[in-house]
Design a binder for this molecule. Sequence first.
Ligand SMILES: Nc1ncnc2c1ncn2[C@@H]1O[C@H](COP(=O)(O)OP(=O)(O)OP(=O)(O)O)[C@@H](O)[C@H]1O
Ligand SMILES: [Mg+2]
Length: 291
Amino acid sequence: MIWTVTFNPSRDMTFVLDGPLEPGSIQVACSIYARSGGKGNNVARVVRRLGQPVGAVGFYGGATGELVGSGLQEQGIEVLGEPIAGETRICLTIVGSGGSEITEIREKGPPVPPAAAERLLRRLLERVQREDWVTLSGSLPPELPASVWADWVRALNPRCRGVLVDTGAENLRAAISARPLVMVPNRDEWRASGLSVTDSVVVTEGANGVTCYPTPGVVRRLRPPKVAVANTVGAGDAFLGGMVDGLSRGESWERALVWAVAVAAASVTSPGVADVDPLLAQSLVPQVVVE
Ligand SMILES: Nc1ncnc2c1ncn2[C@@H]1O[C@H](COP(=O)(O)OP(=O)(O)OP(=O)(O)O)[C@@H](O)[C@H]1O
Ligand SMILES: [Mg+2]
């Protein structure tokens, strides 16, 4: 089982325009997608599409929280949700000009009291099995301190096969002290963290692929296949989903990385967010270049 933790879930709406976004005007969307989002929930959808059992862990509030939870369950994802006061947030993505222009508008999300985080962690620890994997993704809602990252990694590390982390700079700094198996920030997040390279970081660099540091002094790059881009939002989540899918099937580190790059490349060809066709991902594997 793969558990994907989303501290700050959202109902994500994507409005696709057939031309550029024109601020100050009224425009009609040519298509609209709604989905259960927040970074970890994107990972959950990817992992499920790749055929694995997955549990989505997070905080849910109000009617929007229920929609997010039921949306996940409809896709065969188990939900381990801690109820909170307030309303789960809505995030809006506007895709213009055939995918080349993306505008994101995000709500901050309802506050989550630290006691609710402790309750949810306890519930997850009751469920997680030794052969399971856990991903921790995204931002923190208001009121949760960055130390939550280290607390969760430290508690989960001895109880599962590995904890994988994808988050922003301050949270990376908090998480690294507890030694997650791997962190997969994008280049901006990694730079902002000010941390120095380790074998437990894989930096994603958009269309340039990923860079990792398997042993001291060695830099390895993986180049993605060239694909027709429809929407790059959630490529990092697709990457993490591919990585944890590969590792949980017992693949080597390198094969899991190649698979993750293929999965992420497949995801950007779809106008949906982190929407992966597993057969397309398979077909892209031979085109991933390991330098
Ligand atoms: N245009 C592209 N073509 C092929 N692969 C891509 C492209 N953009 C991204 N990818 C793949 O997806 C991975 C993650 O992308 P990126 O570094 O943009 O993540 P991110 O900024 O965390 O994205 P998000 O937070 O929206 O999920 C890249 O390392 C690469 O392998
Ligand atoms: Mg990301």
